[in-house]
Design a protein around this ligand. Structure first.
Ligand code: SF4
Length: 385
């Protein structure tokens, strides 16, 4: 399979979005954020293209203005805000950066590298590296970001995009594999003027292939479940996505008046139930406190009796239990796979073992649940199929 880094990223964000984009090939209208980001990237390339004289701030702003696309903005105010943000980014960038101080090795460098092996299948991963610089004692691989949200250092240290860029770089310059600690990988957050940098170890790079192979395997197995996330706000497929399309009146086909009323009533009832649950908790605390003070275990009213009972849960001493049951050949029979414990262990297992464990997974029970998000209260109703 030939796959671009960005489509692997799309799959990790939301497998269904990947399907819409790359399997069904449904064109996605470009978001204003994407259009803005592409233009700022183009200006950065213009600024850093090696030349005798690097562009002045006026020239850079002129380049930015000429590439501006006003069609993606909803109104003039929104467009004006975005344009002035672009101008600020470039002014600030050029105020702290002198392009000629950098030794540029390549800009918007395209790559296509092989991952996998004969046994697991070979695949090609492609992408574009924004910038590669020669530094005093090594290299720096830079990816520009125009998003506002910045990741933690831990996320940068494990960022898949930077790792695959470094792998691509090493395919081009294999001798540099010996000097990994001298190659910096950086995410440059232009809106903040902050560069978050990291390095990679050999072991980290070895694990990258497995991540790509896992994604490719899931794609080949047609696993395309949607993932609800804040990124949905920027997704152009909301009108056909099962998690969102009901929001748009024109995409509702089978909704009858009865269903409409049911949805309204359900939300209403869940809200009341949640309020009552909270109220019930307060009453319970008050009554228990009263019982404690009075030294009684039951209280009486015309409507009935409320009794206090102590519920105890026990657990067994595993070692002692094992010592008793193993000689009777009954130990194995009581062992049951504990899903939570297994998930904890899985996280620290080597990838091939993890994969083997995953392959033993079978569907046990399927249930549908309705979740309600209302007034910051989330409640679940389990409906067994
Ligand atoms: S709207 Fe969200 S869940 Fe639906 S396809 Fe887009 S990213 Fe995925």
């Amino acid at each position: 399979m030939r796959i671009s880094y960005s489509s692997v990223g799309t799959y990790q964000t939301c497998p269904l979005k990947y399907k819409f984009q790359h399997v069904d090939r449904i064109p996605e209208p470009k978001s204003k954020e994407a259009v803005f980001g592409t233009l700022v990237h183009a200006v950065m390339k213009y600024i850093h293209t090696p030349a005798l004289l690097s562009p002045t701030i006026e020239q850079a702003l002129d380049y930015f203005a000429k590439g501006w696309n006003s069609e993606v903005y909803e109104d003039e105010m929104e467009e004006r805000a975005a344009f002035s943000q672009g101008v600020t980014i470039l002014q600030n960038y050029l105020a702290r950066t002198k392009p000629n101080d950098y030794t540029i090795v390549d800009l918007e460098s395209r790559f296509a590298i092989e991952i996998g092996d004969e046994e697991h299948g070979k695949h090609i991963v492609s992408g574009i590296i924004d910038r590669i610089d020669r530094t005093a004692d090594g290299y720096e691989i830079i990816d520009y970001k125009t998003t506002r949200k910045m990741p933690s250092q831990d996320k940068v240290d494990n960022d898949l995009q930077l790792s695959i860029y470094l792998k691509a770089f090493l395919v081009r310059y294999p001798k540099e594999t010996e000097h990994l600690n001298k190659i910096t990988v950086s995410l440059y957050y232009l809106k903040h003027g902050v560069k978050l940098s990291s390095v990679r170890t050999k072991e980290q790079l070895e694990r990258v292939d497995q991540t790509f192979l896992d994604v490719i395997k899931a794609i080949e197995e047609e696993k395309f479940e949607p993932i609800l996330s804040p990124l949905c706000d920027w997704c152009g497929y909301q009108k056909i996505c099962p998690l969102w399309k009901h929001k748009f009146a024109e995409t509702r086909k089978l909704e009858t008046e009865e269903v409409k009323v049911a949805i309204g009533e359900y939300l209403d009832l869940k809200g009341k139930m949640s309020q009552e649950k909270q109220h019930l908790g307060k009453l319970q605390a008050l009554i228990l406190q009263y019982m404690e003070q009075e030294g009684v275990d039951r209280v009486f009213d015309e409507q009935g009796i409320i009794g206090k009972s102590l519920r105890k849960t026990y657990k067994y001493d595993e070692e002692k239990l094992r010592a008793i049951l193993e000689p009777l050949d009954k130990w194995e029979a009581i062992l049951k796979v504990d899903g939570i414990a297994l998930r904890t262990i899985l996280a620290v297992l080597p990838s091939p073992v993890k994969q083997s464990v995953e392959e033993t997974k079978m569907l046990d029970k399927e249930s549908v649940s309705l979740s309600v998000k209302k007034n910051k209260i989330e409640v679940d109703d389990e409906l067994s199929l």
